[in-house]
Design a binder for this molecule. Sequence first.
Ligand SMILES: [Zn+2]
Length: 412
Amino acid sequence: MNPLAKRLGITLVLFGILLGIGHYMKEPVVPEADTLTDAPLLNPVIEVRLMSLSGNRPIPIQIAGRWKILDGARPEHPVLHPGSGGFEGNLFVDSTGPQLGPYRTNSDHVIVTTEASEALWLDTFLYPGKLHIRTEREKSGHVIRLNLSLEMPLEDYVMGVVCGEMSSMQEGVHNALCAQAIAARTYALQKRGSKRGLRDDTFDQVFLGLDYRTTQAEAAIEATRGLVMQWDNALLPAFFHANCGGGTANALEAGFSKSEVAPLQGTLEPACRTPREIWERVISAEQLDGLAQRYRIGEWLQGISTIKRDASGRLLEVRLLGNEEHEDLAGERLRAALSLPSMQLVEVEVRIDGSAIFRGHGFGHGVGMCQTGAVRISRGGSSFQDILQHYYPEAELVPLTSELRYLLPPPQ
Ligand SMILES: [Zn+2]
């Protein structure tokens, strides 16, 4: 059958009148200065997952100054190799364990420590902290993969995220960087208790090495040191994204929380929906039909229809129409399946070869702070507190002091 004909008559009903005028946000709660205490600020340790190594792909490592290899698999972390003054070589997967230059161990968890705080180059990145190398073995006992992660003080990690997530060299962005630092700090601590850990990419927060550090990012870290967002006696899951495309999402509706989270209700932001900022993605007929096959609703996809949009126009739920059956899907799952920038879709054009052009606004899941909007608000002269109140209304901004230790989930 002609691929276009397969999809003819079935409307890709992705237009629609945007209903509703959004949520009226409640007044935010920000502590008065005199509620802050002199208790010492906490700077707990964070571990962030970097890459995994497998096969014959080594990774270059350079260490300045004194260093050691410790056995992380044993509680007292005995020294496996005392190292010496500096190192330059490759880390690679040996079938018995990790091998760093001439140093080989069969431990399932080794820790590379350096004496200086900024002394570890991994590939082309300069990192702070300790490098953890954990092995994955197959049943025979042979090592098949090395999982690398980095352990460092929270504030060093937040620096790497601010530099990875925002362009800090632009004019007028200081308060947006401050808001980003607080969101990143809160998100990281909240995730610290999760089993899968924090990743160094957009799955969690983009984390860059110290060589990407800027004085602007340093100023934002300094201005917000230790500040986190609290809600309902816990750390807020402080999600953020690149561009909301017209409004931020409600976390519950978008599947990011199991119950209503008052600071993550979503808000309209028409300034992020301009005609000149429409993205376009071509999705092939094979990809579209692959969806039908994946969800076992037929051999080919006849169309996609809207079940539910939010107040800003974001598709929350869609129906995939296969040539045999249909499947209802959360918008975010369709976004992931087709690698679309966002679910603020405005148009889908089916082409004669059966492929389709998706057009839409925004980048990212839409929950929490919109980075584009934060920059705009910052340039308008507002404070970082104003930015956070706008995107996380009802969240309380608190310094993470020893008195608030109860907020911290234990590290895994
Ligand atoms: Zn926005």
